[in-house]
Design a protein around this ligand. Structure first.
Ligand SMILES: Cc1cc2nc3c(=O)[nH]c(=O)nc-3n(C[C@H](O)[C@H](O)[C@H](O)COP(=O)(O)OP(=O)(O)OC[C@H]3O[C@@H](n4cnc5c(N)ncnc54)[C@H](O)[C@@H]3O)c2cc1C
Length: 382
């Protein structure tokens, strides 16, 4: 496989950097800060990307996308993550909600949802994890039961990113009979967050606002037309969704940009750093290139049977880099790594990076679970 993404990719990177340079405020550190203007910036920036045909770059034009290749989408994703993800919560809709609807949705669902996502008009959240079902997602308890010609949903989700700002939720439920044991049949619903019976509450964490929430479903009504895929066929949709999601978070690009900024900002002081730190810097850069290539492999294999282990391998590599780079930045900069504001080292990005890096090996499935998926693929097994 040729990993050089070519001249077109270089031009696209340039165009995206120009757009970000012109439309993001100096010192922008992402959507999820204590300053609500950052969220507004991301919303406006998504509209701009959509107007330029860039938000859903690799989606078919018939769904409001740009008709580009998955490699162009990869470039876009890298540039966004390298510059503090100015798509904010929208990356979720583009990365996996839209593709899952394209693959499993009815024509009516495609018509209703895809162009709204591509236009940056709606925010989605993922209602999968529950208090007793994270890694062991299959044992979720939120239940959808038949009620007349529709469904009644009861249960609780947790760690639901963006739930308080989301317009829609991809909600995973059980639709088997209650006595069929821990692993039954799962069904996904596409429900509006404003539907009666849904309550979202924030969970405070070191990640800052909007990231984590709990969501309660109390006799929530849903129709057959809101089911994504088949009744009882939700597991396949969840697996695909998680694969799309795992490849979609290009944190390796963020890490690489932070390492390069560190080297550039330190200037002549670089030589005064202990050799052990400079060696770790070089090793981290190599590890990041490996993570990038693993992500490219996962993109190339996204439609075949090896998609899941490829996505897990890429995710493991990226999250480990996240943590190594976070530690390295602190060791290189000392206490000044905690400074914030425009004059701070790396524009105050180290603290933000370190906090997310702590959660990275848990979000989208823990690193232990990802390792098991890879091991099963390599060694065989259930
Ligand atoms: C920042 C962030 C954002 C998130 N956003 C969302 C979201 O939007 N929507 C959503 O649905 N979920 C979300 N999650 C939840 C995430 O998917 C779960 O936290 C994750 O799957 C782990 O589940 P858990 O927290 O229940 O931990 P557990 O599954 O209880 O795991 C606890 C520990 O046990 C280990 N472990 C568990 N089972 C095994 C095993 N079989 N073998 C070896 N070790 C094992 C785990 O690796 C972990 O170290 C988010 C999490 C984070 C941190």
């Amino acid at each position: 496989m040729d990993y050089d993404l070519g001249e077109g990719a270089a031009m696209l990177r340039l165009r995206l950097r120009e757009l970000m340079g012109a439309h993001l405020p100096d010192g922008f550190l992402g959507a999820f800060t204590d300053d609500p203007r950052d969220l507004e910036t991301t919303q406006a920036f998504c509209k701009l990307l959509a107007d330029e045909g860039l938000l859903a770059l690799a989606w078919p034009k018939s769904h409001g996308g740009g008709g580009g290749s998955v490699w162009e989408q990869t470039v876009l994703r890298e540039e966004m993550w390298a510059h503090h993800e100015p798509r904010g919560p929208q990356y979720m809709g583009i990365n996996w909600v839209g593709p899952a609807i394209m693959r499993y949705g009815t024509q009516a669902q495609k018509d209703q949802h895809l162009s709204a996502i591509a236009a940056g008009d709606v925010v989605w959240c993922q209602g999968f994890s529950e208090p007793e079902a994270g890694s062991d997602l299959a044992s979720m308890r939120t239940r959808a039961t038949r009620d007349g010609d529709g469904w009644l949903i009861n249960g609780q989700k947790i760690w639901t990113s963006y739930a308080l700002m989301a317009d829609w939720c991809v909600l995973a439920t059980r639709t088997d009979s209650p006595d069929c044991g821990p692993r039954g049949k799962h069904t996904l619903f596409l429900v509006p967050m404003e539907r009666a019976g849904i309550t979202a509450r924030p969970v405070k964490s070191m990640l800052g606002p909007h990231h984590l929430n709990e969501v309660f479903f109390d006799n929530v009504r849903a129709g057959d037309d809101e089911i994504l895929g088949e009744v009882g066929g939700g597991w396949q949709v969840i697996r695909d969704a998680l694969n799309f999601e795992r490849v979609g978070i290009a944190r390796y690009a963020r890490c690489e940009s932070l390492l390069k900024r560190l080297r550039a900002e330190m200037g002549s002081e670089w030589g005064t750093l202990p050799e052990s730190i400079r060696t770790r810097w070089a090793r981290a850069l190599v590890d990041l290139r490996v993570a990038r290539l693993l992500a490219y492999r996962a993109v190339a294999q996204r439609d075949d049977a090896r998609a899941a282990p490829a996505a897990s391998a890429a995710r493991i590599a990226t999250t480990l880099c996240d943590q190594k780079v976070a530690e390295l930045l602190f060791d290189a900069l000392g206490a000044s790594a905690l400074d914030s504001g425009a004059d701070a080292a790396l524009g105050g990005a180290v603290d933000d990076h370190w906090r997310y890096a702590q959660a990275a090996t848990v979000a989208s499935g823990t690193i232990d679970v990802q390792r098991m998926l890879v091991a099963r693929d390599v060694l065989g097994g259930p």
